[in-house]
Every structure is written in C-alpha cells, then in structure tokens.
Design a binder for this molecule. Sequence first.
Ligand code: SF4
Length: 288
Amino acid sequence: MNVLEKLHMQSIPVYDIASQVGWCEKQMELKHLFKAKVTVTESVKTGREAHSQLEAEVEIKVPLRPATWAERMFTEFYTAKLKIDSLSGGARVREIKLYGSINGFRLTGKVDQLQSVDGSVMISDDKFVNPEKVPWEMPLTHKVQLMLYKRMLDDIVSGSYGYQNFSRSYNTATMQLGAEFAEQARSMGVPDNQISVDAAARGFFDSAKGLRIANNLEVRYKNRGTREELKVYSLNYDKNEIDQITRFALKYWNGERQALPVPENEVYKCRSCDFYGNQCKVWWPPKG
Ligand code: SF4
C-alpha cells in the first residue's frame, strides 16, 4: 500500500509538505490517520473567521448552487477564472485553489492572495497570531507554502502543468453536471459549449497562463483580535531551494522512509501536540 492510500488521500496538499518540513512530519501523518483526534483550537477558529472576512471584502459571487463534486469543481474554476481576469491595476483576489503535479503526485493548494503589482502578480499570505507570537523571522512552514504556490503557478504559466495534465489526472471529461445546475449556468449567460468541468478548467488554465508571477513573496502577520498588521516578511523565490526541500519531503511520500518525529532540540513542539503520549511516544515520558 502506498503512502497516499494509507492516509486515505488522493493528492498531496502544499500545507502538508510545509508542515512536514517546517514542524513535524510524524504529526502531519498522524493528523491524517486520526482525523477525529485533532483539536480545533480557538486560534485556528479565529484564523478561519479572519480569512473569511478578508475573502468577503473582495469576493466575486456567482449565483451557482453546486450540489455535486463535479458542480463544485465547475464553480471553483469558473470563479477562479473571473478572479484571475480581474487582476490588473493593483486589484487583489483571494482563495484561489491550485492544482499541479510533483514527481508524479497530484499536488493541491490554495493561495491566500494574489495582487497585481507593477505588471506582475504577487503571492502573499496572511497569518493571524497573538502579538507576542509574531515570529522573529519567516518560519520555514510559511516560506515553503509560498514557494510551492509560486512553483505551481510558474508551472501553469510555462505550460509544464496545464489543462491537459489536469484533465487527464482528474478524468474531467467523464464528469457530468446536473440539468438544474446547467440551467443555472445558462441563466448566467454561460454558452452551452462552456457548461462542463472540462471547459471551466480550460478557461482557468488559459487565463492563469497569461500571468507574470513576481519572485517576491510576502507573509503578513496580523493581530488575531484586532486584525491590525503587526509585521510583514518578504522573501525572494529560490527554485533550487524549494527543489531541494521537496526532494527531501518526497522521500516520505515515495515510501523511502518512515515519518520523522521532531529532533530532540525541538521537543518543545510535542507539548502542544494532540498525539503526545498517545499515538506518539517518541519523546514520552517527558524528561526531568
Ligand atoms: S509528539 Fe512530538 S514527535 Fe510526536 S508527533 Fe507530536 S510533535 Fe511530533
């Protein structure tokens, strides 16, 4: 059984690669194996609310009511294309789902924000934290997330991952939309020959191919109570660095090695881990 099957997954989320190299690979694996055990903390809830609020500020609403996976995919691509097409003159859009591939694995992710800046499009992310928790440099988890989004968008722009790859990988030609949903699309003015997942995906990939993605990537740390901006970190994309990081991460997904726990000098991470002393006893019992 391969690792994706063991974890009941069909693709590798960017977030997981970021977590495995930036926090704890074993924790990332256990989260998938024991989904019900993971605590949704107050800070996670507040972060989700803050993200929804930001999304609502620039949301592009379409009057579609998807009821199936195929209809959700159509809606997602149709809306994402509208967002991409609106990117000019400083405009920003949020929450764009991305599909890609990494060493033969499906890769998925959701970019927090794309903003048109001086003819390019900048990728950025918002993190909501307590003021005393603002990191003194950009954590590796956030850096990897941003660099992988950039890599995925660059792959779309260069054509190394395009509509054909996506359509083959997800078998979109066989996806059917319901009659009622098709009618909703028609009443929005979508021509009949564009009412399919294939057509919506093609539209998105064609639009995204025309983007020029900036090398500069940004994370904004914001007060999770007041939403005020506390700190902004920038970094320049380094393809060699992200290739090296993903080579290491993929050894786990390829089944070349078991999930690694944190090293001894990072045992402090275990204290806030749901699995400490339960499914994970690597550093249990605590010393001293
Ligand atoms: S207890 Fe520590 S080593 Fe084990 S999964 Fe949690 S963070 Fe990782």
